[in-house]
Write a protein that binds this ligand. Sequence first.
Ligand code: NI
Length: 164
Amino acid sequence: MTTLTILTLPDKRLKTVAKPVETFDDTLKQLADDMLATMYAAPGIGLAATQVDQHIQLVVIDVSEDNTEPLVMVNPEIVEKDGIQKHEEGCLSVPGIYASVKRAEHIKVKFQDLSGEAQELEAEGLLAVCIQHELDHLKGIVFLDHLSALKKKLALKKLEKVTA
Ligand code: NI
């Protein structure tokens, strides 16, 4: 397994919209493995392919405390959402910055696994937050984009200091 380089703001490649995965081959499995290794090493609880400069619809997530529940989602799509929760979010592409973001409390997501099999998952709480955060990355959106213009500006200023 290889640890991949994670893009950080203000890298414009993070704004790329990911393309659907059409080929479920060993290259895809290898990328998912490498992304999990990269996420665990960081450490983080989620990573989108966008963040490692691979612009395909692939995310990996593990919100367990002992890294035992890896979740790989290919071509994920939220098909139902309800309720509201606010959670303090961070992001491996925005190191050192945390901000409270409003998300749906409960979601249903359809996706494919690494074999291309259709899957469906219902999630709430932290897992729901994480899925919504990672799926945003595939659309070129980072969590700071959910903040007011002023809060976003302050966060970016702080980021400049952190990464200087
Ligand atoms: Ni992120």
